[in-house]
Design a binder for this molecule. Structure first.
Ligand code: MN
Ligand code: MN
Length: 468
């Protein structure tokens, strides 16, 4: 067939105008299958690492299998040496020593491993109307009504009065019981439905159902509560006061699943930010003798504003880099100032049903690749580090030259809302930072949606950053 000659306008438009395509049209079927295979292990990770503590445990297992050893302060590491620093079992930094001196800075990827959920209060167990329930305080920004009437599992630790630590994980095994927050039937919800959606289920109504059978003894009151305590005592050796020194987190019980007839997407709890934590982790596990020293920091407390000694608004990352630098007689802050960071966090993608919250020229889309977000924040860019044009240009070249399919993004229309990531805290240390992560639908819902190709592109983005 004779090829029609392109018009001047067509040629000019190809040359000058931006034309982003669905990654499914850009990638070969082999590359798409690579993404599918990659995501099989990702789904396992999602099921095994639903909380920050579980993510650290899983990370240590994978890291040790890949030759990483606990970090030794003061040790002069050689190029290719692999180490990890476990911060209180809730945050972790993995490192691979580079061939160049630390004076040229590190390549850091920072993701968070905490996700929105319901935490048990310190005096959680009570009895009401012949039911035993747990009081909770939700963690992170949630639409509370989404968390009622779904199966929940319980994860965390209980520290007994003698200091012994008991690990709890109930609801994930097929044979385990699960828990739930009750909600009203529509028939009797006329008053409830008049509440504003923010209060459809109120914070103090996020009470978790944990039992309904009495302890058989007419002499005691609170028989249902006593029966639950008796079961917990038998299984874990704990008493009611032990809840005071516990961190127990209720999360959606369901497993990660493929979404769609074409299986192109993944639905799961905690993809904000497991999608970036897992990909940044995989990328560093595969690093070998890099030019620059590479670090992946998997942090806690992002969803509550990054405060606390396991969050990135604390000094633990800077202290760690200082420890690393001191062994060579260098100053930590000089290493930090010369470093570059990809703040690995998700961005909100255009939702086909709720398109009007996004400005479509600038919002990210599922299947258009990993998202590089120059700034986040809200109301006149408040609460953002806003990556410099120079650093965006540098990352743009890096991705384009290495076949990373990527797009830009923003967190919703101007003045409609907004949000932040850990980027600002790292930038405040005097490091160049840009947000790079996976576009997500239903962010902060019990079931979040991502695309397999985007997950794979995030992994590729971190890998080329480390290799550069
Ligand atoms: Mn996040
Ligand atoms: Mn979040």
């Amino acid at each position: 067939m004779k090829q029609e000659k392109k018009t001047e306008g067509e040629l000019l438009s190809e040359k000058l105008l931006s034309d982003h395509k669905h990654a499914g049209l850009l990638l070969s079927s082999e590359e798409i299958s690579k993404a599918d295979v990659f995501c099989e292990d990702y789904k396992k990770y999602l099921d095994e690492a639903k909380t920050e503590r579980e993510a650290v445990i899983k990370t240590v297992t994978l890291a040790e299998a890949a030759g990483f050893k606990p970090f030794v302060r003061g040790k002069k590491y050689k190029a290719g040496d692999k180490f990890y620093y476990n911060n209180r079992g809730k945050a972790i930094i993995l490192g691979v020593m580079g061939k160049e001196s630390l004076e040229s800075g590190v390549r850091l990827a920072a993701a968070h491993i905490d996700s929105p959920r319901m935490d048990l209060k310190q005096n959680p167990l009570y009895e009401e109307q012949d039911f035993a329930l747990f009081k909770t305080h939700y963690y992170g920004g949630i639409k509370k009504y989404q968390w009622a009437a779904i199966p929940l599992s319980l994860h965390g630790v209980v520290i007994k009065s003698n200091g012994e630590s008991i690990t709890v994980n109930i609801g994930e095994d097929e044979n385990d019981p699960v828990f739930c927050v009750t909600d009203l039937l529509p028939h009797l919800a006329q008053q409830q439905m008049k509440r504003t959606p923010a209060e459809l289920i109120k914070g103090e109504e996020l009470n978790i159902l944990v039992g309904s059978m009495p302890f058989k003894d007419d002499k005691v009151s609170n028989k249902i509560k006593l029966n639950i305590m008796s079961i917990l005592n038998e299984k874990y050796g704990i008493i009611e006061d032990d809840f005071m020194s516990a961190e127990l987190e209720a999360v959606p019980q369901f497993k990660a699943k493929d979404i769609g007839f074409d299986r192109s997407m993944i639905g799961a709890y905690g993809q904000d930010d497991s999608s970036c934590a897992y990909t940044a982790l995989k990328a560093i596990l595969e690093v070998n003798k890099p030019k620059h020293t590479c670090l992946t920091c998997l942090t806690d407390k992002e969803e509550t504003g990054s405060d606390g000694n396991t969050g990135l608004n604390s000094s633990y990352l800077a202290y760690f880099i200082d420890d690393l630098a001191s062994a060579y007689g260098l100053k930590g802050h000089n290493v930090i100032s010369a470093s570059e960071c990809l703040s690995a966090d998700v961005n909100s993608a255009v939702d086909p049903t709720f398109q009007d919250v996004t400005e479509k020229r600038n919002a990210s889309k599922l299947n258009y690749g990993v998202v590089a977000t120059k700034f986040t924040g809200a109301r006149g860019k408040s609460g953002t580090s806003d990556a410099s044009a120079e650093f965006v240009g540098r990352i743009r070249r890096l991705f384009d030259e290495n076949g990373v399919i990527w797009q830009t993004g923003e967190l919703g229309k101007v003045d409609l809302g907004g949000g932040g990531t850990v980027a600002q805290f790292i930038a405040n240390l005097d490091m160049d930072v840009i947000d790079v992560g996976v576009p997500v639908l239903c962010m902060h819902a019990p079931f979040e949606v991502t695309s397999k190709i985007d997950i794979y592109m995030a992994y590729k983005a971190f890998a080329v950053f480390f290799a550069d």
